[in-house]
Ligand binder design. Structure first.
Ligand SMILES: [Zn+2]
Ligand SMILES: [Zn+2]
Length: 108
């Protein structure tokens, strides 16, 4: 998991060890897989997702292949940026610790 997301989840859930999945709907914490499964069985899940745009079944993002992350073009995944004279190396702030950014096509 992306380190920034993990930290955010840890602070929201107030736990040290975060297990996935953790589902949020419209910014409201819903729960993990068990909760989602029982909501689905009771028909509650569909109600909560009513105002969301529906994707075509089988739709796969052309940009990231549904991984939701793509290689950072800013630093070519190196996570480093070189100044013009290539003496100073700066950390790239566009991407996460794996040199990836969120997919601009399917993620906000
Ligand atoms: Zn994508
Ligand atoms: Zn980068």
């Amino acid at each position: 998991m992306d380190a920034a997301y993990r930290k955010e989840l840890q602070s929201i859930l107030k736990v040290r060890k975060v297990t996935l999945p953790q589902v949020f709907i419209k910014g409201k914490y819903i729960g993990g897989a068990d909760v989602i499964k029982s909501m689905f069985e009771m028909g509650e899940l569909a109600k909560n997702l009513d105002d969301f745009p529906r994707r075509q079944p089988g739709f796969v993002c052309n940009s990231c292949g549904d991984v939701r992350f793509v290689p950072c073009g800013n630093c070519n995944e190196s996570r480093k940026l070189f100044e013009d004279d290539e003496v100073f190396v700066k950390r790239c702030f566009e991407c996460n610790e794996n040199g990836l950014i969120r997919c601009p096509y399917c993620c906000d």
